[in-house]
Design a protein around this ligand. Structure first.
Ligand SMILES: *Cc1c(COP(=O)(O)O)cnc(C)c1O
Length: 382
């Protein structure tokens, strides 16, 4: 018997929409290394304009977008980039800044809301002492993945820009570039009800993923000034990211801008709905902090010390005969599989995207309630 599967491991598992597939079949293409793919050019120009930047470059992945930003902003030898200690760049990009770009990453402690202390940043900026590397770049991740899809507050971004642009701090030869790892910056905009242009106003560059909640099969766009993008485009070739008739992929990004971006708020509502359902169980073993749910990522906290997040995730992914008997099924009487990931020991992570509709949300809630209820029978409130 085949089960109903609700895959909430990540928004990277989102599937291209029907419209994306249709448009891919007929996309007008050319050799993009020659700059002759009109569809890629359109995606680059349009994305840059949405972000209020001069230019953009299409890259295969967010990792490459971030790496290129580091390579261009930290082109001088002996420089460092300051990043959050829970950032994707620091944790999940293989340290490419060091092993591919020769740039040192230095970390600022991330707060729960995805920000870091601006006072710590001020003290950590280095550009005078011969012993020290030169701070050339500061990165903000928005929304912040590991912090649970947190939307970085605009006030923080404004204060950060004011600090970095203060005369004598990061100006002249010691200019400090601001880069946003905006893999999910459209989610931040949807959550705040402001434009991505406003969010990224003071940033020199932004890397945007089309293959997460935006549902495209592949691709990111890096945006910034004309000179910055020209240099990034050159280095993209050195990294093996020069692609040919990729309008076939870029067109999915164009469809995402038209068709998926306007729906991101819906993903956020559904994420809150699941959060609320878990919260209302008032389980002594598994809980969520409702007011920390801001976008499409939900962290579920395991408060039972005898249970690990990975065990909880694997239980959600299996169907036991008793639960079928208890009616935890889809409308055809088949079992429900919820795929979740474990962020660490104590937190499971659920991520929503375009294909997770109201029906899938109901199935996920049914399964979560049952599994959590079973744990509560085993470990009742003391
Ligand atoms: C996914 C992601 C990236 C880039 O990932 P790729 O898999 O290389 O496209 C960068 N930053 C954040 C926060 C991400 O979630």
């Amino acid at each position: 018997m085949s089960h109903s599967v609700v895959d909430l491991r990540s928004d990277t598992v989102s599937q291209p929409t029907a419209q994306m597939r249709a448009r891919m079949a007929t996309a007008v293409v050319g050799d993009d290394v020659y700059g002759e793919d009109p569809t890629v050019n359109e995606l680059e120009t349009r994305t840059a304009s949405i972000f209020g930047k001069e230019a953009g470059v299409f890259v295969p992945s967010g990792t490459m977008g971030n790496l290129l930003a580091i390579m261009v902003h930290c082109h001088r030898r002996g420089t460092e980039a300051l990043v959050g200690d829970l950032s994707h760049i620091f944790l999940y990009e293989q340290g490419g800044a060091s092993h591919l770009a020769g740039v040192q990453l230095a970390t600022l402690k991330n707060a729960q809301d995805g920000t870091f202390s601006l006072e710590e940043l001020r003290r950590r900026i280095r550009h005078e002492d011969q012993h020290e590397p030169i701070t050339s770049m500061v990165v903000v991740e928005n929304t912040h993945n590991i912090c649970g899809g947190k939307v970085v507050p605009l006030a923080f971004l404004d204060e950060l820009a004011a600090l970095v642009r203060k005369p004598g701090v990061g100006t002249g030869s010691a200019r400090i570039a601001l880069h946003m790892d905006g893999a999910r910056v459209f989610n931040a905009a949807a959550a705040l009800g402001v434009s991505v242009e406003r969010i990224c106003r003071d940033f020199d560059s932004v890397s945007i993923c089309f293959s997460k909640g935006l549902s495209a099969p592949v691709g990111s766009v890096l945006v910034g000034s004309k000179e910055f993008i020209a240099e990034a485009r050159r280095l993209r070739k050195a990294l093996g990211g020069g692609m040919r008739q990729v309008g076939i992929l870029a067109v999915a990004g164009l469809v995402a801008l038209d068709e998926v971006v306007p729906l991101l708020g819906k993903d956020h509502e559904r994420t809150k709905k699941i959060a609320k359902a878990i919260f209302e169980i008032q389980s002594p073993n598994i809980t969520v902090e409702l007011d920390t749910v801001q976008s499409n990522i939900l962290l579920v906290e395991i408060t039972q010390p005898k249970l690990e997040a990975s065990e909880f995730a694997s239980r959600l992914g299996t169907v036991e005969p008793e639960e079928l008997a208890a009616g935890v099924t889809d409308k055809n009487g088949s079992g429900i599989v919820v795929k979740a990931s474990a962020r660490d020991w104590a937190f499971a992570r659920l991520v929503l995207y375009n294909q997770i509709d109201d029906e899938k949300v109901e199935l996920a809630i049914r399964k979560l309630k049952y599994v959590i209820g079973q744990y509560d029978k085993r470990w009742p409130r003391a």
